[in-house]
Design a binder for this molecule. Structure first.
Ligand code: EPZ
Length: 419
């Protein structure tokens, strides 16, 4: 398994081109199963997760071409309505093929995704929405077996809490349902509006995506379309946090400060200068150390759970004590003990962590069990004195495009060590 060797202590200067959002690309890709016409996606990041979903879509019959960030998907015929365990187990977003297959073919058999390192992550809301739309659903030997022989029908759906995946999955199914579907308490993440924009470009009738009430009027069929995936707000935030930990000045091109939600205010409060310039988002550290800032993870526009680990690495080097409360996932502090191995002062109590900043972290061999946690260790390694070896780089390959190259171009000493 590849590792990343980092010699820390160098500030970052230069430009980083922010990639298309992984968590949007994975949903708009699933939309290709809704039509027998071609879907062309641009600004698609070259990531292990994107390739894995492309393999699953190919297995369902889609013809796929991916070059230079442009991904064309053409599901002229559906070859199989079954998504096997092996392909869904490795990546939860694969579960989202269920709705489109059911909407187009009237049946699907998709493996349940199961839990993962950050929490149990059930899919009950997804299944409730499909059931409300008239699907008959059975669970058998770890598979969801769903049927809607007469097609799906519109429904009124109210979530007890906000779920990004369930909101997206419901949209993906409802666009071809008969009648109107209304989702109340829908997630408002920018990726939801991006998926709706893609589906609308394909001929769907979705209103309100990006707000908490979404209205979807079903149509008979969707057509060919082209869609540009929005910039990755988590990658944007992670590079901004890297500047906060190491010092320097980065211009993040192809992105937008509005995507950061509450993370923008937290970074400014921590002492970073952040400006939208003609070239992109300019992040500059002017003080020797950032200040401690308390955060609570919340659905968008609150502070994103996907930046919590990276923010903890930043706070580990800040002046003062910060409390970090994780409210979205039950087990998302696995980076804390690894950061502690680098000299961070962190105590965890249930969903709360207290981080007392230290003047300097020390390099160490570390390892994380998920993508964002791995990025927090990279940030800590960039700030630390001496060498940090980040093990299990495959987590980072799932979600951060050309990470070492982007950092090397800004002066970081980081190298991939092949096994
Ligand atoms: C998406 O996951 C993202 N993944 C996650 O990013 C992100 O952390 C999360 O949204 C929150 O922003 C993708 O987009 C591929 P949820 P998702 O449904 O959709 C519970 C990353 O690192 N829940 O909003 O699975 C759930 O367990 C990943 O890129 C149910 O109980 O998140 C969680 O506690 C990690 N029942 C909460 O809701 C359900 O049916 C929010 O999860 C669905 C969710």
């Amino acid at each position: 398994m590849d590792k990343l060797a980092i010699i820390g202590g160098r500030p970052l200067y230069g430009e980083v081109a922010i990639s298309g959002a992984k968590n949007s690309a994975l949903k708009v890709m699933a939309a290709a199963l809704l039509t027998d016409k071609k879907l062309t996606l641009t600004n698609v990041p070259q990531l292990a997760d994107v390739e894995m979903l492309a393999r699953l879509l190919a297995q369902h019959g889609a013809l796929i071409d991916f070059a230079d960030g442009t991904l064309t998907l053409h599901a002229k015929d559906i070859a199989s309505t079954e998504a096997p365990y092996d392909l869904v187990r490795k990546m939860r977003a694969s579960f989202n093929v269920l709705g489109p297959l059911l909407a187009r073919e009237g049946k699907a058999k998709v493996s349940l995704p199961g839990g993962c390192a950050i929490g149990a992550r059930p899919v009950d809301l997804h299944l409730k929405a499909l059931t409300a739309m008239g699907a008959q659903i059975e669970l058998d030997e770890g598979y969801v077996i769903a049927e809607a022989p007469d097609g799906l029908k519109g429904a009124d759906i109210t979530w007890p809490f906000v779920s990004v995946g369930a909101s997206e999955h419901t949209m993906l199914a409802a666009v071809l349902a008969k009648g109107v579907t209304v989702i109340e308490n829908a997630a408002r993440e920018p990726e939801i509006a991006d998926l709706a924009a893609c589906l609308n470009a394909m001929g769907a009738k979705i209103e309100g995506a990006g707000r908490s009430s979404i209205r979807i009027e079903g149509v008979d069929r969707l057509h060919a379309a082209e869609h540009r995936v929005l910039p990755d707000r988590i990658e944007t935030g992670a590079y901004a946090m890297a500047v906060g930990a190491t010092g320097g000045e980065l211009t993040l091109t192809g992105t937008d400060s509005e995507l950061l939600g509450a993370a923008l205010a937290a970074l400014k409060e921590a002492g970073l200068d952040i400006d939208d310039t003609e070239k992109g988002l300019r992040i500059k550290k002017t003080e020797a150390r950032c200040k401690a800032v308390d955060i609570v993870t919340q659905p968008f526009p609150g502070f994103p759970t996907d930046l919590q680990a990276q923010f903890m690495a930043l706070m580990a080097t800040a002046e003062g004590a910060a409390t970090i409360k994780e409210t979205i996932f039950e087990n998302r502090f696995m980076h804390a003990p690894e950061l502690s191995r680098m000299g961070a002062q962190i105590s965890v109590d249930g969903q709360n962590a207290t981080v007392r900043g230290v003047a300097r972290l020390k390099g160490a061999p570390v390892m994380a069990t998920d993508l964002r946690a791995s990025m927090s260790l990279v940030i800590a390694g960039l700030a630390a004195e001496g060498q940090t070896m980040v093990n299990r780089v495959y987590h980072l390959d799932r979600g951060f495009e050309r990470l070492e190259e982007k950092l090397q171009n800004c002066g970081a000493l980081i190298e991939r060590v092949k096994d």
